[in-house]
Design a protein. Structure first.
Length: 368
């Protein structure tokens, strides 16, 4: 724009100079360069005007300012429309999500409505039946000829009831205590060493627990201790006997598989470990190859025939009758059992044998 203004001023000045020269002298040779210069400036101004027109108007001749306003308005409308389309698409997606979430609930709601309707009908039917029953009851009451006019005056028996309860409790307690005391007084089983001594009239050697599977660990710990105790007392009795002949011991049990053989073998092994010479007789079908054991037929007559008469003390029941009475005794109480051991000191001239020791399991009721 500044250049165009300068060109316009220059063209105006040259035009004024040409006019002055023509007025003074039309044949002046300086007019030709001035006219040429003026023509150039005019052409340059025309070119500038055309360029400016191109900048301010379109090829169709429409002003560019109007086109810019319209373009800006269209751009704004396009952005607004795009934002609205994006928002509508997002909302449509949310609606689809809600539809997928609530569409299955419609069938579930229908199912619940059917169940509610079913329960309502059932309740109405039950209520109807109840009303019919009440009507029937009222009809029966109205048709009945017997009616209670005045109810009897019944007094509460609360105090007597409490007294009867206390009395029943006292009677039951006294009966149970009496029963326990009576059972304890009438019980002749060998539960303690004192009872074993009074019942068998033999010294108490040791008591062995009844072996059960659930007490296997405890029995494995207690049994060796009891064997050691029995061995100690047996050693003392043998040392005090001062017998010239070997002492004899007879073991008997009331029932089978009570552990008699096991206990005997344990005592025999412990006696041999302590330096004693022991000959062990045990029942069986075949004889053993060992020189310190003797297998004999399963018969007490054979056993006591081998032992001899010196084993039986004066005034003492024969072993055969004793063992026979043990085996035929019906007073043995399960789960208790008996294992007895008797150590005899052989008598000298005119001095019969004497029982030294006896050991048993608790729970045996002797039959002799």
């Amino acid at each position: 724009m500044m250049k165009s203004c300068k060109k316009r001023k220059g063209w105006t000045h040259i035009s004024a100079a040409i006019a002055l020269q023509e007025v003074e002298n039309q044949q002046n040779p300086e007019l030709i360069p001035l006219k040429q210069q003026a023509e150039k400036l005019r052409n340059s101004l025309s070119q500038d005007v055309r360029e400016l027109y191109q900048f301010t108007h379109s090829t169709e001749g429409i002003p560019i300012s109007n086109l810019l306003d319209e373009w800006l308005s269209n751009i704004i409308n396009a952005e607004v429309t795009s934002a609205r389309a994006h928002a509508l698409a997002q909302r449509l997606q949310e609606i689809d999500t809600l539809y997928n979430e609530f569409a299955p609930l419609g069938s579930g709601l229908k199912k619940l409505e059917r169940e509610v309707d079913l329960h309502e009908r059932a309740y109405i039917q039950i209520l109807h039946d109840l009303n019919l029953a009440l009507l029937r009851q009222q009809n029966v009451e109205m048709s009945s000829s017997v009616e209670v006019m005045d109810e009897p005056d019944l007094k509460s028996l609360g105090r007597k009831r409490m007294m009867l309860v206390v009395l029943a409790f006292l009677v039951g307690a006294i009966f149970i205590i009496s029963l326990i005391v009576g059972i304890e007084l009438l019980d002749t089983t060998l539960k303690t060493p004192d009872r074993a001594l009074r019942s068998t009239r033999l010294e108490f050697l040791s008591a062995y627990p009844l072996i059960r599977r659930k007490y296997e660990k405890m029995n494995a710990y207690i049994a060796p201790l009891l064997v050691t105790r029995s061995l100690s007392r047996l050693e003392i009795a043998l040392a005090q006997s001062n017998a010239a002949k070997p002492a004899s011991m007879a073991w008997a049990s009331v029932l089978g598989r009570e552990g008699t053989t096991t206990l005997c073998r344990q005592l025999v092994e412990r006696l041999r470990d302590n330096g004693h010479k022991v000959l062990y007789f045990y029942p069986g079908e075949e004889d053993t190859d060992q020189t310190d054991e003797l297998c004999y037929p399963d018969s007490d007559q054979f056993l006591f025939a081998k032992i001899g008469k010196n084993w039986r003390p004066a005034g003492y029941q024969t072993p055969k009758r004793m063992i026979t009475s043990f085996w035929s005794s019906s007073l043995v109480q399960r789960p208790f059992s008996i294992v007895s051991a008797q150590a005899m000191r052989p008598g000298g001239a005119g001095a019969p044998g004497k029982p030294l020791l006896a050991g048993c399991r608790p729970g045996y009721r002797p039959a002799f």
